[in-house]
Design a protein around this ligand. Structure first.
Ligand SMILES: [Zn+2]
Ligand SMILES: [Zn+2]
Length: 387
């Protein structure tokens, strides 16, 4: 049973919703049309409460089950990306330079499909809180919703989310207990030397050589300071310096990203980076300043919630289509902020072959929307069964 029969009957309507959202992409917190569309669908569906204007354009809708029980949170992100669409699809973006290249149009649609089913059937105890958030793409909209108090305000006990996964088999669920997505930090290194004529380097303090020394030494954090069995990425992604072939410049600039799962590893990286930058600068006779920016935390799945979600995925998709010990990803996800304050789980749902996330040729596969909606619906019924 890949899809609940009642939800299978919504497939055409869900495709229409998804394609409407796809044609009208909006960015970050600026989701006026998107939020209005979602709110209109939720009113048609007949949710019991609709709380708009959370994190500017986010909202939480409540559906009451039958009898007392906890409140389960289900989250969908709604924002698009500043990418010019190249799908050539009939439902392609009508806004130049913006497109739903991460499938958040599909995530929103899956949660609306689940909402329709849950409002019609109400075969669960307690309540469900449908969380529609803005600004997943670099705006930490989930953090803003948490900071605005949605967990306490709506009494949410646990939270779940799905992300589509291109080039994984269609309808295949992947998750893992513990960390599933990385913490993402950024760093900037400003080097100040003393420039001069390139024919007389002995009269300069060369920031170019110092920059290269720092970049090389940073590679040893992963290879020499870090335990081989833990996951860690340190990537230098930019070096900017110089203006001519015969001038030693005054300054150089380096930046990059660090991806970790474990706060202890993150602390080690920060300490070693500080030491390397200071030591290398001293050895080359230049000044160097490290600015380390701690970003979104790792997305960490609760083991019990993950086991429940995996069991529901097996029920929906069959055991052959569920990998509950999938590999971690070094990408990031702001659902991490919700999982910091409530137990829950994050899962990927394969959508078959095609362009990858954030690619101009990417498109959400409408075939998986009823599968995701069935997963959310059965998750609520199994997490909070009728007495
Ligand atoms: Zn994305
Ligand atoms: Zn995404």
């Amino acid at each position: 049973m890949p899809v609940l029969n009642r939800i299978a009957a919504y497939a055409d309507e869900m495709t229409a919703w998804r394609r409407h959202l796809h044609q009208h992409p909006e960015l970050q917190f600026d989701l006026g049309q998107t939020a209005a569309f979602v709110a209109a669908r939720l009113r048609e569906i007949g949710v019991d409460e609709l709380h708009e204007g959370i994190a500017q354009t986010g909202m939480v809708a409540i559906i009451n089950g039958r009898g007392d029980g906890p409140t389960i949170g289900l989250r969908a992100d709604m924002d698009a990306l500043p990418i010019a669409e190249a799908t050539g699809a009939a439902h392609a973006s009508l806004t130049p330079g913006k497109m739903h290249a991460c499938g958040h149009d599909g995530h929103t649609t899956m949660l609306l499909g689940a909402a329709k089913y849950l409002a019609e059937t109400r075969n669960f105890a307690g309540r469900v809180a449908l969380i529609f958030q803005p600004a997943e793409e670099g705006g930490a909209g989930a953090k803003v919703m948490v900071d605005e108090g949605i967990m306490d305000r709506f009494g949410i006990a646990q939270v779940f989310a799905l992300h589509n996964s291109p080039n994984q088999p269609l309808g295949n669920f992947q998750t893992i207990p513990g960390p599933i997505m990385a913490a993402v930090d950024a760093f900037d290194i400003h080097i100040t030397g003393r420039g001069g004529h390139a024919a007389m380097p002995h009269e300069t303090a060369d920031p170019v050589v110092a920059a290269v020394g720092i970049v090389q030494a940073l590679q040893t954090i992963v290879s020499r300071n870090h335990k081989a069995l833990d996951d860690l990425v340190v990537s230098v992604t930019q070096i900017h310096t110089g203006s001519a072939h015969n001038i030693v410049p005054d300054t150089a600039y380096i930046n990059g990203t660090v991806r970790t799962f474990d706060p202890a590893v993150q602390a080690m990286v920060m300490r070693r980076m500080q030491d390397i930058v200071a030591g290398q600068a001293a050895s080359f006779g230049v000044e160097a300043r490290l600015d380390y920016h701690v970003g979104d935390p790792a997305t960490v799945n609760d083991p019990d919630a993950t086991a429940l979600a995996a069991a529901v995925a097996v029920e929906v998709a069959g055991a052959a289509n569920v990998d509950a010990a999938a590999g971690r990803e070094m990408g990031a996800e702001d659902f991490s902020y919700m999982l910091q304050v409530r137990p829950g789980a994050y899962l990927f749902l394969g959508q078959g072959p095609g362009a990858g996330l954030h690619h101009p040729a990417y498109d959400f596969n409408d075939e998986i929307a009823p599968i995701g909606a069935s997963f959310f619906a059965r998750l609520v019924e199994r997490a909070q069964p009728l007495g």
